[in-house]
Write a protein that binds this ligand. Structure first.
Ligand code: FE2
Length: 368
């Protein structure tokens, strides 16, 4: 099973993972065979990526978070946002309702944190957890998962990991206070609108501090996740050690997930490109130490990625290299545009050959 952009879907492809709409309702069941009319409908519906089963990949990608759990988090977050939106219309904030939803979300997050910490394979497909085409929902969960992995790999204790994770889930809660027309504006924001959006940091922090029992370090992530090492972030232009480590981690995960997610105005960057961007920005915008550990934690060429090698061969990653992520084992299916009998090459033993780019379809398969 592998993930492909919808425009690479063909008649006859078999759906590898059930698709859900934003409300958690099922759109198309796993195992369904696609035809052109279904593909067109999925495009209209805004599905950017789907999982397909094909002849190159056999393994089932396990869902890190079960759809039921995603649905539950989704509805709790919606409840919370509903309360906030009502308050922007002049209603008094329902503190009891806020706390009930926050506590329930916290409980679910704690369970997910345990799963992430004790699962060995969690990194194989961490970037592909989304089952919804709902950026906001996926984003807060992705940031939480990525941050948990960084914390785990940096030896944080369980109590700190939980505080970090729950802070990440609510890092952008302040956006609920900003009118949706500005948040979702498809055209370029005016200077005033951008300044207004920036206030989501303070608005989110004040909300979490005043209306929830979350630890201050968790709420602080909402305030500081746009601060940058060089002092050019916002809202307070903090520098280096003035920024709490939790917020530094959240900011890296926030940017990484934004780069590797599809948005209405641009397509997701491949993992290795997003990582290169972060490595280049490390030091000026982000903590070098955290970026380094992040690059070791995240697998840039996960299993089942189609790759084009620098010597003209094409294949699929069949075994990741946990120590040197850029040097996986690749099952070769094509040489110079022609299909060949599959064989495995270990990039660890071929220092002159590197992964040149990530593909969505093999060149020899293109016109089939
Ligand atoms: Fe933000």
């Amino acid at each position: 099973m592998r993930r492909i952009p919808i425009e690479y879907a063909k008649e006859g492809d078999v759906l590898g993972r059930t698709l859900y709409n934003n409300m958690g309702g099922m759109l198309l069941k796993e195992g369904s065979r696609l035809n052109q009319s279904i593909i067109n409908k999925l495009k209209i519906y805004g599905c950017f990526n789907i999982y397909i089963k094909d002849r190159y990949t056999e393994e089932v990608i396990e869902e890190i978070i079960k759809p039921e759990t995603m649905n539950r988090i989704h509805s709790l977050q919606e409840n919370l946002k509903g309360i906030i939106r009502n308050s922007t219309n002049g209603e008094k904030i329902d503190t009891k309702g806020v706390n009930k939803n926050v506590r329930d979300i916290n409980e679910i997050i704690e369970e997910i944190v345990y799963d992430v910490i004790f699962s060995k394979n969690i990194l194989e497909d961490l970037v592909n957890i989304s089952i919804y085409d709902d950026y906001t929902l996926n984003h807060s969960i992705n940031v939480m998962m990525l941050a948990t992995v960084i914390a785990r790999d940096n030896g944080f204790n369980m109590s700190d990991i939980k505080k970090l994770a729950v802070g990440c889930i609510f890092h952008d809660i302040g956006k609920t206070f900003i009118p949706i027309e500005i948040i979702n504006k498809p055209s370029k924001l005016t200077k005033e609108e951008f300044e207004y959006i920036k206030t989501h940091t303070e608005k989110g922090y004040e909300f979490l501090i005043n209306y929830t029992d979350l630890p201050v370090v968790s709420s602080n992530i909402a305030l500081c996740h746009h601060e940058r090492e060089d002092g050019l972030g916002y809202p307070r232009k903090l520098k280096g050690n003035e920024i709490h480590k939790f917020s530094k981690i959240a900011s890296i995960c926030d940017v990484f997930d934004a780069l590797t997610s599809d948005r209405s105005y641009r397509r997701a960057a491949p993992i290795h490109e997003a990582m290169e961007y972060l490595l280049a920005a490390g030091g000026t915008q982000f903590s070098v130490d955290i970026i380094k550990s992040f690059s070791q934690s995240i697998n840039i060429f996960p299993k089942d990625t189609l790759v084009y090698l620098s010597d003209g061969r094409e294949g699929i990653v069949c075994e990741v290299n946990h120590e040197f992520h850029t040097r996986p084992k690749v099952k070769i299916y094509g040489e110079n545009g022609k299909e060949v009998s599959p064989y495995i090459v270990d990039l660890m033993n071929t220092s002159n050959i590197v992964v040149d780019k990530v593909l969505h379809i093999f060149s020899f398969d293109q016109n089939k």
